[in-house]
Design a binder for this molecule. Structure first.
Ligand SMILES: Nc1ncnc2c1ncn2[C@@H]1O[C@H](COP(=O)(O)OP(=O)(O)OP(=O)(O)O)[C@@H](O)[C@H]1O
Length: 460
């Protein structure tokens, strides 16, 4: 029996219910993740895109009011507005069910559940999501809406949700946190927000926090007085002051050390900066957009990111889905980049054959749109004839399977620098645990965040 391509998250405080649910549901659905801790919900929704959440209504011992369930229902719908939530409760209460549906749940299941009934409800939920997403993609192509949206190309339901959120929040001055893997378009989203905001006529200042050294952080961001340090030959305004009146885009915010997070938070709270070597506060008027590919919620739990800073920057969150989770967009993007590079390299007759398109469609695109862009440029430059074949592209091995061979080969390289050995150890741990970050980090004796940093550093 083939499984339904649907990701289900089950949240219940009773481990035996989770176990029973997982055993049952994984026979029918592609991915079933369980957690007994509702506080993990935001982190899990950030890490992966779920289609359906099966959510218990009561968590504290003896609780029957369902208050916690409504709280988490609201949180889930805020984080993933289009997710399907099915509520579970042991208390048959028609008023509760009606309220749940009014507040955004899609259905309601009584515990103990009947297996067939639960599976049927979840199947319907997954199928409805599938057809809604397909229909909206087809409609968008037909009407040519949402195909191009301010720098974005994409008709998938996931991207249309992103466009809608940008439309809603652009005009406000709300702080926005953009989350997504490398190359998913976080900067494109930040620019679109600025362009559609009332600050559009003013500066859009980008600060890549991953690229600023700890020593230069303060002078670069807050500015400095003449003579504040050896190289400070003249007084200079920092990037925050430069952004005043416009939008400040802080990229890679997850890379900031705890000490620098504290300094940034102080400035964001007071909305004023003091240039290094002076004591005069200067007001700044900025709209703040931050972005990261790091798991900020996990980092908060592990004490690596300040919760107060997270709450300051995440008034609205935008999640950019990885390309492999919106495959409807691959052909559109491939055609777009093909057109761009055919023009650039004067190859007007080049086209993709069906086999190539299939390979592009099936590939996991770890570097997302940036990787597709570069892959197409390289293929256009290198291909002979007028047809692009799969061989014209480089498809990196996925985390499992062929990856193993790649790692083993790298062990035999005579490169014994610490960097090379570190990279190899990280690769080995990832392969051993099939890409499971928590398990790989445990094996390596480092935190998940430290592992994410190394994965990024070594381009894995
Ligand atoms: N939906 C899209 N349509 C067309 N081009 C896109 C789209 N998303 C991203 N791109 C292009 O892909 C490249 C990467 O995008 P961007 O720099 O915004 O990603 P990012 O998530 O900020 O990456 P990183 O985390 O590595 O900084 C850019 O060239 C951008 O123009």
């Amino acid at each position: 029996m083939s499984k339904i391509p649907c990701k289900v998250l089950v949240v219940d405080d009773e481990e035996d219910i989770l176990m029973a649910g997982k055993l049952l549901l994984k026979q029918y659905f592609d991915v079933v993740v369980t957690t007994s801790d509702p506080y993990r919900i935001p982190g899990l929704l950030q890490e992966q895109t779920f289609d359906v959440v099966l959510l218990d209504m009561n968590y504290s011992t003896g609780a029957t009011s369902s208050k916690e369930g409504f709280h988490w229902l609201k949180q889930i719908l805020q984080l993933s507005p289009n997710i399907t939530v099915i509520l579970m409760t042991a208390y048959g209460d028609i008023e509760l069910a009606v309220r749940a549906l009014k507040e955004g749940a899609s259905d309601f299941v009584l515990k103990p559940w009947q297996n067939e009934k639960l599976v049927a409800i979840l199947k319907t939920a997954c199928q409805n999501r599938d057809s809604v997403s397909k229909r909206s993609a087809e409609k968008a192509v037909r009407e040519n809406t949402a195909y191009h949206y301010d720098g974005f190309i994409g008709v998938s339901a996931a991207m249309q949700r992103v466009y809608q959120t940008i439309d809603k929040v652009a005009a406000t001055d709300a702080n926005v946190l953009i989350l997504g893997e490398n190359g998913t378009g976080k900067e494109v989203a930040a620019r679109a927000l600025h362009k559609k905001s009332k600050r559009a006529g003013n500066v859009f200042e980008i600060v890549d926090l991953g690229a600023i050294s700890t020593t230069l952080f303060e002078s670069e961001l807050f500015g400095h007085a003449k003579g504040a340090f050896t190289d400070a030959r003249e007084e200079r305004a920092g990037r925050l002051e430069a952004a005043s009146g416009g939008t400040l885009f802080l990229d890679e915010i997850g890379n900031l050390s705890l000490a620098l997070q504290a300094k940034l938070l102080t400035v964001l709270q007071s909305r004023q900066v003091i240039r290094l070597g002076t004591n005069k506060p200067r007001p700044i008027d900025i709209r703040l957009i931050c972005a990261t590919n790091m798991p900020l919620y996990d980092m908060v739990r592990e004490g690596e990111f300040r919760q107060d800073l997270l709450y300051r920057i995440n008034t609205v969150e935008i999640h950019l889905p990885p390309l492999r989770e919106r495959r409807e967009d691959i052909k559109l993007l491939a055609d777009h980049f093909l057109k761009v590079y055919c023009q650039k390299y004067n190859r007007p007759d080049l086209h993709l054959n069906a086999d190539t398109l299939r390979r592009l469609n099936d590939y996991h695109w770890p570097g997302n749109i940036r990787e597709l862009d570069h892959a197409m440029e390289r293929a256009v430059i290198l291909c002979d004839g007028n047809e692009l074949h799969p061989d014209d592209f480089y498809f990196a091995p996925s985390e499992n399977g062929q990856h193993k061979q790649h790692v083993l080969e790298s062990i035999h390289d005579n490169d014994y620098t610490l960097e090379a050995l570190e990279k190899m150890m990280v690769q080995k741990a990832l392969v051993k645990h099939s890409g499971n970050i928590t398990h790989a980090a445990k094996e390596l004796g480092i935190t998940r965040t430290a592992l994410y940093r190394r994965i990024e550093k070594h381009g894995l």
